[in-house]
Each structure stands twice: as structure tokens, then as C-alpha cells.
Design a protein around this ligand. Structure first.
Ligand SMILES: C[S@@+](CC[C@H](N)C(=O)[O-])C[C@H]1O[C@@H](n2cnc3c(N)ncnc32)[C@H](O)[C@@H]1O
Ligand code: SF4
Ligand code: SF4
Length: 300
């Protein structure tokens, strides 16, 4: 991360902690909900299958920038399916940088060639070893690993959503993150149980066991882009929700924190690590602040 960006985020953090303001810093634009996969744990794919046009996405980016957002995520559906005439995902990332976003990240299922050196991070969903990943995501593990090997830059961070199917594969994903060319780190979430995927939810004991494994892997040198000081809050779901510093826009509709904010009762079972990490950070939790400085400066 550039020193100037670091200074900007530090200033925003201090101001937010001292004033208790609810201004956003992290924004997500949903490019499409169209997807080439239908993963067992996912509730947001192919509901409309609309691919939103370039001018609309650009307008949404501008709106987020004007709201104060400086960390931008492109998400879907599958982001690499996005296209408008000659414009591709790569053009959106370049445009976002030109607009002034300080960090621009893309979330993908990794089944398309990975040529996106302009992105700060490509969060690439890998949900286990071959067997468990494929049980969730169809027969995609080998093509994803092939795409990672041939990626044009080393800006990949694996992204694992831990659920009942793959809770035993945390170690495997950590080792893949450590040992695979072009992969910088791994970041985790717990399954957030939408009404149609409740059977995949983790119990408190499951979450505690997962956090023990992640902590052990951190000690053993695995590059984990999460804060272990947030684990107790994630295990107990005792972090504040929603995250007022996060905002998402899909087809012109702006929601605080996530699209999931509309699902009744879901926030109290939220499994997204970023929500715990950001809400605790902006409440001035000292251990989280120090942990975040240590972790983010190392991997971003
Ligand atoms: C909705 S996908 C969109 C981007 C891309 N298609 C992908 O799979 O990475 C974004 C991330 O959300 C995760 N995800 C989907 N449903 C989830 C749930 N119920 N709880 C936690 N994470 C979930 C996916 O595993 C993926 O890492
Ligand atoms: S690839 Fe992503 S958007 Fe598509 S079904 Fe899987 S998790 Fe959902
Ligand atoms: S806190 Fe609520 S809105 Fe935010 S990500 Fe979690 S479930 Fe979604």
C-alpha cells in the first residue's frame, strides 16, 4: 500500500473513532448476478442474470466515490462474465483507479483466465481441497488452479467460505495459499445462513474449532489476511452489525453493509469476517487496530 493511502485510511479511522460518524469507506459494486456456477452455499446467483451496462456501473462508482468510499470491490455473480461492448472487467478496474479509489479489489470464482494486474487484490474463491471444493462448486478445482498458475500477476488472495461441507479443509487451503505461485494470502468467512442454506450453518463449537485451526496455521507461517483478535467475537457472533463503514450498490440500489441486510434476522448470524473486523476497528478496539496494522501492512 502507498504511504499516502495509508495516511488517508489512518486519518479516516481516527476521525470515525473519535466522532462516531457513520460515513462509508468500503464500497462494493455488483456488476451482475449472472454466474456460470451454482454453488451449494450461494443464494445470490442468477436471480435476474442481468449484466449492468458500463455507464450505470460508472455512475455507481462515481456515487460511491462522492460518498467518501476509497476501497472499492467489484462483486457478482461472476465478475469475469461482465462485459459491455468492447469494455471488460479490466476497463472497470482501470477506470476505478483513474477515478481515485485507493484500493480496487475484484471477487471471482477463478474459472476464467486471470489477467488483471491493475487490481490490488483478486479475491479468488477456493472452498477446500479438490474434493470438498468440487462438492460445493462443481468440477472446477483443476481449472482454477491452472488459471492461478498462469495468472499475469501475484495479486491473488484465496477466499474461503467455511461451512458444514468444507470445515475440515481449512488447513489444505492455508497450505495452498502458502505454496502456490501468484497467491499472496488467504481470507476466510463463515457461512452466513440465508434461509435456503441453513443446513450449512456452523455451530458455535464448529466456529471455535475453525478459529483454532486458522490460528495454528498462522503460527505455522500461513499467510492469513484476517485478524485473530476478532475470532472470539466471530465465534460468539457478538460483534456489532451492520457495518456502517461498508456500503453495497446493485442495479442502483444502495444498501448499508451488504445486500443481505434485507434478510430478516440474518445479521445476528453474520459470518463475514470483514464485518467483525471493521465494526470493532471503528469502535476503537485497540487490539483490533494493532492487529489490522500488522496484518494489512504485511499483505496489501
Ligand atoms: C457471491 S460470490 C461472488 C463472486 C464470485 N462469483 C465468487 O464466487 O467468488 C462472493 C463470495 O461470497 C461467498 N459466499 C456466497 N454465499 C455465502 C454465504 N452464504 N456465506 C458466506 N459467504 C458466501 C462466496 O463463496 C464468494 O467467496
Ligand atoms: S461462483 Fe460465486 S456467485 Fe456464482 S454461485 Fe458460486 S458463490 Fe455464487
Ligand atoms: S451484518 Fe448483516 S448486512 Fe452485513 S454482511 Fe452480515 S448479514 Fe449482511
Amino acid at each position: 500500500m502507498k504511504l499516502s493511502s495509508f495516511a488517508y485510511f489512518a486519518g479516516f479511522g481516527i476521525k470515525t473513532i473519535l466522532s462516531g460518524e457513520k460515513k462509508p469507506i468500503l464500497g462494493t459494486v455488483i456488476l451482475t448476478d449472472k454466474c456460470n456456477l451454482s454453488c451449494k452455499h450461494c443464494s445470490v446467483n442468477n436471480i435476474t442474470a442481468a449484466i449492468h451496462p458500463y455507464q450505470q456501473i460508472r455512475g455507481e462508482m462515481r456515487m460511491l466515490y462522492d460518498m467518501g468510499v476509497r476501497i472499492l470491490f467489484f462483486c457478482g455473480g461472476e465478475t469475469f462474465l461482465w462485459r459491455d461492448g468492447s469494455k471488460s472487467l479490466r476497463n472497470l478496474v482501470i477506470e476505478a483507479k483513474r477515478m481515485g479509489f485507493l484500493i480496487v479489489n475484484v471477487v471471482t470464482n477463478g474459472t476464467y483466465p486471470l489477467d488483471l494486474p491493475e487490481a490490488d487484490l483478486i479475491l479468488l474463491s477456493l472452498d477446500g481441497d479438490r474434493e470438498r471444493h468440487n462438492a460445493i462448486r462443481g468440477d472446477t478445482y483443476d481449472i482454477i488452479m491452472e488459471n492461478i498458475r498462469h495468472a499475469s500477476s501475484d495479486n491473488i488472495c484465496l477466499y474461503m467460505a467455511i461451512n458444514q461441507i468444507n470445515k475440515g479443509a481449512i488447513r489444505a487451503v492455508c497450505l495452498t495459499a502458502r505454496d502456490t505461485k501468484n497467491v499472496r494470502a488467504v481470507s476466510f468467512n463463515f457461512h452466513t445462513p440465508y434461509p435456503d442454506t441453513r443446513e450449512l450453518a456452523l455451530s458455535r463449537q464448529d466456529k471455535a474449532a475453525c478459529c483454532r485451526t486458522i490460528e495454528q496455521m498462522m503460527k505455522d507461517g500461513a499467510p492469513v489476511l484476517n485478524l485473530k483478535s476478532a475470532f472470539p467475537y466471530l465465534i460468539d457472533n457478538s460483534f456489532p452489525t451492520p457495518c456502517h463503514q461498508c456500503v453495497v450498490v446493485e442495479n442502483g440500489k444502495v444498501s448499508t453493509c451488504g445486500r443481505c441486510i434485507e434478510v430478516e434476522g440474518l445479521c445476528s448470524q453474520c459470518g463475514y469476517f470483514f464485518v467483525a473486523e471493521y465494526t470493532l476497528l471503528f469502535r476503537g478496539n485497540v487490539r483490533i487496530i494493532l492487529d489490522m496494522l500488522r496484518t494489512y501492512l504485511r499483505y496489501i
